[in-house]
Design a protein around this ligand. Structure first.
Ligand SMILES: [Zn+2]
Length: 190
């Protein structure tokens, strides 16, 4: 058996995964889209990359981002179709533009899903469609507005974002092995 110390892995992972999660722009929205696809029998992978090769610029110098999708042939034994999506953001886009671009490209994906469903799931067409552009921009703007409303609402923040301070009090050691021993803020309600 190989000798890997879980405490050592943990010490590194806390920092590494925290940094990674801070860089995972629009992570909740991407998760929402993946779940939506899953409910519609499509297993979706989304990868967001800074476009270090300037592919976006070469594709169209005025564009801020592009979306590429790949349809992966279905395993006949699985009920799920499979699509891989890559969103490339211009490397010089700032934080806010990057997030709006991700939302914009996700709406192209949602439209592609609607077309896929409309074809009785026979034809995946992830090609960019000019007629979708204004709805993609509208989706990005409205969705980011909802994020702002949520993030500025102190009740939402207390309920869903901030963990109760007693979890980090001196001497408190988290133990999830028995729900009967949890502190009040984590108690199971019967
Ligand atoms: Zn677009």
């Amino acid at each position: 058996m190989c000798d890997i110390n879980p405490e050592e892995v943990k010490s590194k992972a806390v920092d590494e995964i925290f940094i990674e999660s801070k860089q995972s722009l629009m992570a909740h929205t991407i998760r929402g889209v993946v779940n939506h696809f899953h409910k519609n029998l499509v297993s979706l992978d989304v990868i967001v990359s800074r476009d270090l090769a300037n592919a976006v610029y070469r594709h169209a110098p005025s564009k801020a981002s592009i979306l590429k999708t790949t349809y992966i042939p279905k395993d006949p034994k699985s009920p799920y179709y499979r699509v891989r999506a890559r969103i490339f953001i211009r490397k010089d886009a700032n934080h806010h533009l990057s997030r709006l671009c991700i939302a914009h490209e996700l709406f192209h994906l949602l439209m592609a899903l609607e077309h896929f469903k409309g074809s009785n799931r026979e034809k995946w067409d992830g090609q960019w469609k000019k007629e979708d552009e204004s709805a993609c921009n509208g989706f990005a703007q409205e969705l980011c507005g909802k994020h702002n409303e949520f993030n500025s609402d102190s009740r939402e923040r207390d309920l869903r974002v901030l963990f109760p301070s007693e979890l980090f009090a001196q001497g408190f050691v988290l133990d999830l092995s028995d729900v009967n021993l949890l502190p009040d803020c984590l108690k199971i309600k019967h």
